[in-house]
Design a protein around this ligand. Structure first.
Ligand code: NAD
Ligand code: DAU
Length: 348
């Protein structure tokens, strides 16, 4: 099978490319990525010369680049991850989110539909989405696949729109689509604009840790390798048209997870007393429209596809912290240059 993974140079995409090449030796993986600020080919150094790996520099906003890739690489299936993915950036500048997440998904669906027209119901199209499309929870309840969409940020609204496009391409054209909605991921290769890598990076550099609002917003954390295994399961076993929620059933208030990581970092970095990472915690102005709580009910994927996360939070977090401490050069390469401009604009 020639599998196109869009966004394969990003955080989850790179983990998925590595997972796929390790676990499916008969498949060829075509990584289609525009290499925005979030895309980084260093993530894929270890497979650069792998005989079953190809990289295509391509932009979903350009339909010709997509169709050329389908014909040149005889694409059999797609796992679509490429997106603008950071909520804070969507608040500063929503246009890119509309263009990539909505128009880009439309371009990809249309190219796939035309290219596979002789056998549309056979070729799988897995659309990777987020739990943020469901909006914000109160203190009770969890997101089910049947929860009504209520996106609150330009990011989540653009992802919700893309989910609706995918759904309608199934309903109208009978394309073989499946959609996943996952909770917050953490792990190697995550860009340090997102909470956990930003926190680890700031602690190593003695930079204040910005906590939005009262720090009591809740997220449900999942180790990225467990997400990749879930995507593999859904890709191979999910029925066409189905939606699967994926999550770690691992809810944390932001301030608690931050304190927990700080304590682990103190041990790793040999810090204590006045030097302790916890002293860097700084409450800052809240994110506009900040969703209060996300929590996934993962019963469907667990019972229908027999998936369950293999890593405990302790294991996943330990692996993640070690990875960042061992890859300081990776971090410093991406935190120089334009990252500094972003940081000043976001945090002052
Ligand atoms: P990321 O920002 O780390 O990576 C996105 C990748 O997409 C980058 O490599 C970037 O270069 C590429 N890209 C962006 N615009 C493109 C375009 N126009 N054409 C081609 N490539 C383009 O994102 P991530 O955190 O790895 O998320 C991947 C997917 O998973 C996204 O669709 C996101 O909505 C979804 N998701 C993420 C999380 C999470 O916690 N990170 C959770 C649930 C779902
Ligand atoms: O739920 C899945 C989503 O998780 C994905 O769809 C998104 O792509 C991904 O970015 C993530 O969105 P969040 O907004 O939840 O992640 P982020 O890491 O930006 O923030 C996590 C929480 O931490 C959130 O409540 C905001 C807070 N936060 C974040 C940053 C960057 C802070 O308090 N301070 C910060 O500096």
């Amino acid at each position: 099978m020639n599998l196109m993974i869009t966004g394969g140079a990003g955080f989850i995409g790179a983990n998925l490319v590595l997972h796929w090449l390790r676990n499916h030796p008969d498949d060829v993986v075509i990584n289609f990525d525009a290499l925005t600020y979030a895309g980084n080919l260093e993530n894929l150094q270890e497979v650069k010369t792998h005989p079953n790996y190809r990289f295509v520099l391509g932009d979903l906003r350009n339909p010709l680049e997509i169709s050329k890739t389908f014909s040149e690489h005889k694409i059999d299936a797609v796992i679509h991850l490429a997106a603008e993915s950071h909520v804070d950036r969507s608040i500063h500048g929503p246009a890119d989110f509309i263009e990539t997440n909505i128009t880009g998904t439309f371009n990809l669906l249309e190219t796939a539909r035309n290219y596979w027209s002789a056998n549309l119901s056979v070729h799988r199209f897995l659309h990777v989405s987020t739990d943020e499309v469901y909006g914000s929870l109160g203190s009770e309840g969890k997101f089910l696949e049947s929860t009504a969409y209520a996106p609150n940020s330009p990011y989540s609204a653009s992802k919700a729109a893309s989910d609706h496009l995918v759904r309608s391409w199934r309903h109208t054209y009978k394309m073989n689509v499946v959609t996943t909605n996952c909770s917050n991921n953490y792990g190697p290769f995550q860009f340090p604009e997102k909470l956990l890598p930003l926190l680890i990076h700031n602690c190593t550099q003695d930079i204040p840790i910005p906590v939005y609002g009262d720090g009591k917003n809740i997220r449900d954390w999942l180790f990225v390798e467990d997400h990749c295994e879930a995507l593999d399961c859904v890709f191979h076993e999910g029925d066409p048209g189905e939606v699967f929620n994926i999550g770690g059933e691992n809810e944390w208030e932001n301030i608690d997870i931050i304190r927990f990581v700080c304590r682990k970092l103190d041990k790793e970095l040999g810090k204590s007393g006045n030097e302790s990472c916890g002293n860097l915690i700084t409450f800052v102005k809240d994110r506009p429209g900040h969703d209060r709580r996300y929590a996934i009910d993962a019963t469907k994927i667990k019972t229908a596809l027999n998936w369950t996360p293999r890593h405990s939070f302790e294991e996943g977090l330990t692996k993640t912290i070690r990875w960042y401490l061992d890859h300081q050069e990776w971090v410093s390469n991406i935190t120089s240059g334009t990252y500094q401009d972003y940081y000043v604009r976001q945090y002052g």
